[in-house]
Every structure is written in C-alpha cells, then in structure tokens.
Write a protein that binds this ligand. Structure first.
Ligand code: C2E
Ligand code: MG
Ligand code: MG
Length: 646
C-alpha cells in the first residue's frame, strides 16, 4: 500500500508544483493558457482525491460517507480532466468555430461526461459504480466499466483529433500532446498485468509536465513587461486563424507618440506606462465580458482579437478602448497624454493575408491626421498599396538584377557663387507593374532585407562613373552628395567599400559628399564612428541630412566631423509661425558659428530663395530650381545655365 501511495503522492506533488509554477509564470492570459490551467487544476484535484481515498481506505476504518465522497470526487475529476484536456487540444488547433457548427459534435462530446456525472451522483443510492463491502473496503460495481469506457472513448477521440489535424501542430507539439495519451495507455496496460502498481495518474502527470515544458513556454509567448501575449503569439494565432478560415476582428491600438514619450520619461517609466495601458485593456476585456486575446507587440502596439460570435460588439468595444486610452496617464506624477490610434480590422473581409495584415498594422497611422475617432480598416485600406509592401522584397531584387534602378540628380545652387556647384544623387525605382516607387518606401524595405548594401554600392558606382566621365569637368560641379542609410553607416566594411569604388573609378575623395541622417547619428555606434573617421581621414566630406526633423541635438552636431548641415524642408517652410522663424534664424547662426555650411532643402519659391540667401545660407536645393532629373537631363540643365550666365 505504501508503494501505491508513493506513486500517487509523487503525482500529487508534481501536479502541485506544476500548477503553482504555471500560475507564478503568469500563464493565465489567453484562451489556451487558461484551458491548460484548468486541465492542471483538474489533474491536481484528481491527485488530491486519489491520495485522500487511498489514505482513507488504508488508515480509516468506517468513515463510509467520507470514502464515498472522496472516491466519487476522484472519479469525477478524473473524467473531467480528460474532457478539459480535449478542449485544450481543440483550442491549440483553434477550430472551435468548426466544432460549434457541427451538431453531432455538440451533442456527442459532452454526453459521456454527463452520463458519468449522473452515475456518480446516483451511486450514493444505487452503489452500482462502486461500493464499500462488508469490511468497509472499496469495491467496483457493475457499472464501473462505464467510467473507464467514457475515458477511453474521449482518449480515442483525442488521438484521432490530433492525427486528423496534424498539420495544425508543430512536430514537437504533436508529440507532446500525444504523449499524455500514450503514457496513460502504457500505464493502464501495465496496471492490467501488475494490479499492485497504480501509476496511471503518475503517467498523466508526466505527460502534462512534457506539455508544460514543450508547449506552454511563457518566455516564448508572453511579453514580460505587460504580461500580455507577445508578437510571436500574435503571429502564430493570426496565421492559424487565416489557415482555419476563421472570421474575426482585430482592434489595433498604435500609440503614435510612444517613442517621444519614452524619450521624455525614460525607459523604466515607459514600461510602467505600458503596464497601465495593458491593465486598462484587461479591464475593458473583463467588464465587457469579451474573453478576447490581448497582445503587446512592442513599440507601443497593442492588439485585441474578437471572435466571430462577439463581432457585432467590435465597434462598441473599440469606442470603449478609445475613450479609456484618451484619459490622461499618471506616471511618476507626470501627467501624460497618449496619442492612441484605434482601428478595427475585419478579417478576412478587410484583409485576408497574414503579410498584408502585418504591414497594415505597422503603417495604418501613416499620413492620417489624429482625429480621436475609431478608424475602420476598410476605409483606410488600399489593397494595391499593401500588395506592393508585400512584394517589395522581390521587386527590389528584380530591380537589382534587371537594372531597374536609376540615379537622378538634383542641382544645388551656391548663393555666394551664383552658380550650381553641386548636386544630390537620388535613387529612382521604376517597376513594370507599380510604376515609380518612392525611395521612402523602398529604402526602408531594402534596409530590412539587407539589399541596401548592394543598392548603396550601385549608387556610388553610378555617381563615380558620372564624375569620372568627360561630361563633369564641363559642368563646373565641385562634388556630388550621396545619401547613406542608417544600415550602411553601421556596416563594418563601409569605408573600405567606398574607398575601393573611388579607387576603381580614379575619383578623388573630395568629389563626393556623404549624407548621413540624424537617426544614424543619434545612437553613436562605434562602427559608425570608425567609418566616419576613416572616410574623413581619406578626404571624404559629410553632410547631416534632414536637420530639424527629429530631436535635433546641437551638441551631437558639434561633435561630428561635418562639413554641411542640410535643413529639412519641413523646417525651412514655416514663415507663418514667427516663433519658429526665430528658431530657424538662430539655428542657422549657430551652425555657421561652428564653421559648417548650410544647404536649405525643399525650396520651392523665390521668396524663400531670397530669405535664405539673406541669411547667408551657402546652398539652396529645391523644386524652385529643379526636381531631381536623369543624368542626361542634368547635363543639359547645367549646360544651359552656364551658357545663360556667360
Ligand atoms: P533626402 O535625402 O532628404 O532627399 C530630399 C528629398 O526631398 C528628395 O526626395 C527630393 O526629391 C525631395 N525634394 C527636393 N526638393 C524638394 C522641394 O522643393 N519640394 C519637395 N516637396 N520635395 C523636394 P526623394 O527623392 O523622394 O527621396 C526621399 C528620401 O529617400 C531622401 O531624402 C533620402 O533619405 C532617401 N534616398 C533617396 N535616394 C537614396 C539613396 O540612393 N540611398 C539612400 N540610402 N537613401 C536615398
Ligand atoms: Mg539627402
Ligand atoms: Mg534631406
């Protein structure tokens, strides 16, 4: 009997540890996690009543009522555990919606459990399932077999379900789920031959332990800051939903000013803020009895998915989320206002493709003025645009192979010398299907895919080819500016690559000027500094591009070896605001005092040309003079200008 207890008692201990670690690992959010927790709770109660029954059988004489209660509860939770385990498997496959539609499933699945419950209750009077014999010992009755039969039927159903939906499970998941059944069958089989060893619960526990280790891994699925499900869980769930042809809505919440708020309050406080947002979303989920899955994807992006049967309430919920998040947040006694864009996306009606959905979620706030209203994806969504994002990688690869990229040149005017002394090289991509694709779209994609390095090398070669050609000396162009993206600046071999190309075309380093952006300089990376140093030493000059768009930091500007600062067009165009004009004038003065030259970008009117010339800005670039144009047109443009100046 002690041997018997040893197995069950260890099962009880393991279940206790498993249950408490699952709770302490915060695996309580999300449908699957909750059902797994219910399975564990049920298995734990089964072991509790199992141990209790054995203790009563062995050590307590009499105590008949207690014995009846504990054995009945043991059998009840044992059967229930199998049912909940099946529910867990169905949740992992996420095809509840299909089962709910199937009337046979709806009736047949709960039936054995209902009969078991009725049998166990009536057993208090009929003693047909089990009874205490004359010596007070537990004895099986004539209907006991049904309890086993019910469990067996559920197990067979579970095995067939896993096999039939094998494609929906990863290999490791498949075997972990199967292991519970296989272990229990093996244990039951063993028990038939060695009735002294009751190890079935022990086997079940080991199976659940497997699942806990292989499937229920919080570090993979839970965001540690907010406790919500993370981007990996979101991506798995969305892919599975599309695969299973589910109808569902997503409420997307993008906190547009998250990064700027974080810059102000610091990382730790920003994390506290995220927790507050998460708590508010949880409260909405709870108060509206939604039971939906909540995710935090990082970078201030939250998601809430709504199942088919709740979809008619999506707008109401989104409105509730919207008003909740519009209220001020109090973090470390700082009152903060978050700009949260809330958007409802109906799948598959608005979007029926995983990649497109992800792109949409990243960008739906682009170019939309914040109105405070709930947005609807169907009103924002342009399929062609997201189709394009989806295919961008292959478009770029195709453009590299088939020479679809072209370098255009935009002339830059020197206000002192009254001539065009330089130009900026700007890349153009013309696709056969999508036409001209703007660099703001393809450069970030090329940075992500890594294609930017080949593209960068191509631009540099084209420019060097132009500089080395016999055309350039006739044009009186001193140097050509070339844009470098952040990824290029961070590349180990950048300086070597640039110097090799200059060498290949026998171009002097002072004939090019490399433009770096504020974003690249904001995280002063050691590789970037090394590149900057090596190239400066070799005689290449640098410009700081887009000055005035981000958090322009004068200290940083002063610490870098820059020849030119390029004022962004959004910075130069605000005559209507007198205060900003003062900022502009003083910025220009400060840059000049630091011995750097200035290019005013995006100049479209004569009035602005005069204004910047009066401020003694050395160079002016903009549509007022010319848009970026192909190499041959550029030669014609400059030649014409030189001739008219003669
Ligand atoms: P950027 O370097 O700031 O380039 C200036 C952008 O302003 C160009 O846009 C140019 O066409 C536009 N622009 C110039 N004057 C005016 C004006 O008067 N009015 C208006 N509205 N716009 C004007 P573009 O060519 O679309 O390039 C956008 C950005 O893409 C560039 O901004 C640059 O960051 C990036 N880019 C372009 N070519 C390359 C490249 O070869 N390599 C890298 N890494 N980035 C590139
Ligand atoms: Mg530029
Ligand atoms: Mg610029």
């Amino acid at each position: 009997m002690e041997k018997l207890l040893a197995f069950d008692f260890s099962a009880f201990l393991v279940m206790f540890v498993l249950l408490s670690t699952t709770i302490s690992r915060r695996m309580i959010h999300g449908k699957e996690n909750r059902i797994f927790l219910a399975t564990l709770a049920c298995a734990f109660l089964t072991t509790v009543f199992d141990v209790w029954s054995i203790v009563l059988d062995v050590y307590a004489e009499g105590a008949l009522t207690l014995k009846y209660i504990s054995h009945s509860l043991y059998l009840f939770f044992h059967s229930l555990m199998v049912v909940i385990y099946i529910c867990y498997i169905v949740s992992l496959a996420d095809i509840w919606h299909r089962l709910k539609r199937n009337i046979l499933h709806k009736i047949l699945l709960p039936l054995p459990m209902i009969i078991v419950t009725i049998l166990l209750i009536s057993n208090f009077f009929t003693h047909k399932v089990f009874y205490m014999n004359a010596e007070g010992h537990y004895t099986r009755g004539s209907l006991f077999a049904f309890i086993y039969l019910a469990g067996f039927a559920y197990a067979i159903y579970g095995i067939f379900f896993i096999l039939a939906n094998k494609v929906l499970f990863k290999r490791s998941r498949f075997w972990a789920l199967m292991s519970v059944f296989l272990l229990v069958f093996a244990a039951t089989f063993l028990q038939m031959f060695m009735p002294g060893i009751v190890i079935e619960m022990f086997a079940t526990t080991i199976g659940l332990l497997f699942i806990s280790m292989i499937i229920q891994k919080p570090e993979e699925n839970i965001d540690l800051t907010t406790g919500l499900q993370n981007a990996t869980a979101y991506s798995i769930d969305i892919k599975r939903n599309f695969h299973n042809e589910k109808v569902f809505d997503i409420i997307m919440i993008n906190v547009a000013n998250f990064h700027s708020v974080r810059d102000i309050i610091g990382f730790d406080a920003a994390n506290d803020l995220l927790v507050e947002v998460a708590n508010k979303l949880r409260a909405v989920n709870k108060s509206s009895k939604l039971n939906s899955d909540l995710y935090y994807l990082g970078k201030g992006k939250f998601r809430l998915t709504i199942d088919e049967d709740m979809r008619e309430r999506s707008l109401e919920i989104a409105e509730l989320v919207n008003t909740t998040l519009q209220k001020n947040f109090d973090v470390n006694h700082i009152n903060l206002n978050l700009i949260c864009y809330v958007c409802i996306t109906r799948c598959p009606y608005d979007v029926d493709d995983y990649e497109i959905l992800m792109h949409f979620g990243e960008r739906f706030t682009d170019n939309i003025e914040y109105s405070g209203n709930v947005l609807l994806a169907r009103e924002l969504f342009s399929k062609e645009r997201y189709d394009l994002f989806n295919k961008l990688d292959s478009i770029i690869e195709n453009a590299i192979t088939n020479h679809k990229f072209q370098v255009y040149y935009q002339p830059i005017y020197s206000t002192e010398e009254k001539r065009f002394n330089s130009a900026e090289a700007l890349l153009r991509l013309k696709d056969d299907t999508y036409g001209f694709i703007p660099p703001d779209v393809f450069i970030p994609a090329a940075e992500k895919s890594g294609a930017i390095h080949r593209i960068g090398a191509y631009v540099l070669e084209e420019v060097c080819d132009f500089i080395a050609s016999s055309d350039l000396p006739k044009l009186n162009i001193d140097y050509i500016e070339i844009n470098l993206s952040v990824a290029q600046c961070m590349h180990q071999d950048l300086s070597k690559q640039v110097l090799n190309i200059l060498d290949k075309y026998k171009v002097s380093p002072d004939k090019i000027n490399l433009e770096i952006t504020e974003t690249a300089t904001s995280n002063l990376h050691s590789i970037m500094l090394k590149n900057l140093q090596e190239l400066t030493e070799a005689g290449v000059s640098f410009s700081l591009d887009d000055f005035g768009t981000g958090y322009s930091n004068m200290q940083r500007v002063a610490s870098l070896p820059l020849k030119i600062v390029k004022l962004d067009r959004t910075f130069v165009n605000h005559e209507e605001n007198p205060k900003l004009s003062i900022v502009l004038e003083n910025t220009v003065k400060m840059i000049k005092d630091m011995d750097m030259q200035i290019v005013a970008e995006g100049i479209e009117t004569e009035q602005l040309v005069t204004r910047f010339a009066d401020m003694k800005c050395e160079y002016i670039q903009g549509y007022y003079f010319s848009k970026p144009i192909p190499r041959n047109d550029f030669i014609v443009f400059i030649t014409k200008h030189l001739n008219s100046n003669k």
